[in-house]
Write a protein that binds this ligand. Structure first.
Ligand code: PEP
Length: 255
């Protein structure tokens, strides 16, 4: 990955007016985008609208989630087959907000990884420990368990296009989570090193790219993006205000 990947996770935010202004400002600052691989993860209902606005630019689209079923009586869900109709590159899997609010399990995430492989999308697979695990020094144990479950017996190992997002749950959305006002960069660096070494050791796909997500902001972005073996960042809250987001990107100094 030549340029670092930046995924903007809009979560449950935005409307057509927001999107129009956002993309207009983004395009105005396009020179800065040439330094990164930018992908926007809007609410699924706006995928078609936004894809028309960005069609002449090197910006890709990411989907925030898909259902584990392909079709059938699953009211309210979105199938990977439907995603195929649009120009989408990445799909986020196993985000902690899906686990927290929709009881998603490792088994569900595993099923979705298999689907993505079949339909040729690049998965962004989220892993990471919760606050209790972090406090009880169980971060490595938790990440190891998640990697073992999601990657074992999975022909994902032969696929070049896999992104693993280390997203410690305690670090996500720190505005609403005063436990993590300050990111523990030393810890994050240690876990990323562990993940890289562990993937190599168990001989899973050596091409798996690791990105980091969780309360990226102007104070920490330069340290986080320059951590060894980091191929990019998943940015939630700090990507919602386009002016602040461009300011954030402009502040990056790659080593
Ligand atoms: C996320 O939810 O993936 C995320 C990184 O959010 P935030 O940047 O708001 O912590």
């Amino acid at each position: 990955m030549k340029h670092k990947l930046i995924i903007c996770n809009w979560k449950l935010n935005g409307n057509k007016n927001f999107i129009k202004k956002y993309i207009k400002y983004l395009i105005k600052n396009y020179f800065i985008l040439n330094l990164f691989k930018l992908s926007i993860a809007p609410p699924i209902i706006y995928i078609d609208y936004i894809s028309k606005l960005i069609k002449n630019y090197n910006i890709t689209l990411t989907v925030q989630n898909i259902d584990k079923h392909i079709q059938g009586a699953y009211t309210g869900e979105i199938s990977i087959k439907m995603i195929k109709d649009f120009n989408i590159k990445y799909i986020i899997l196993g985000h902690s907000e899906q686990i927290k609010y929709h009881n998603e399990t490792l088994k569900d995430i595993f099923k979705k990884i298999i689907l993505l492989q079949k339909y040729n999308f690049v998965p962004i697979i989220c892993i990471g420990e919760n606050y209790n695990e972090y406090k009880n020094k169980l971060s490595i144990k938790t990440c190891k368990k998640q990697i073992n479950y999601l990657f074992k017996n999975n022909n994902i190992i032969n696929n070049k296009n896999i992104i693993l997002a280390y997203e410690p749950i305690w670090a996500i959305n720190s505005k609403n989570n005063n436990k993590s006002n300050l990111l523990n960069i030393k810890h994050i660096t240690k876990i990323i090193k562990f993940i890289k070494n562990y993937l190599n050791k168990i001989n899973y796909n050596k091409n798996i790219k690791i990105i980091y997500g969780g309360s990226v902001n102007t104070d920490n972005i330069n340290i986080l993006i320059n951590i060894k073996n980091i191929s990019g960042l998943l940015i939630g809250t700090a990507s919602w205000n386009i002016k602040n987001f461009i300011f954030l990107l402009k502040s990056i100094k790659l080593k």
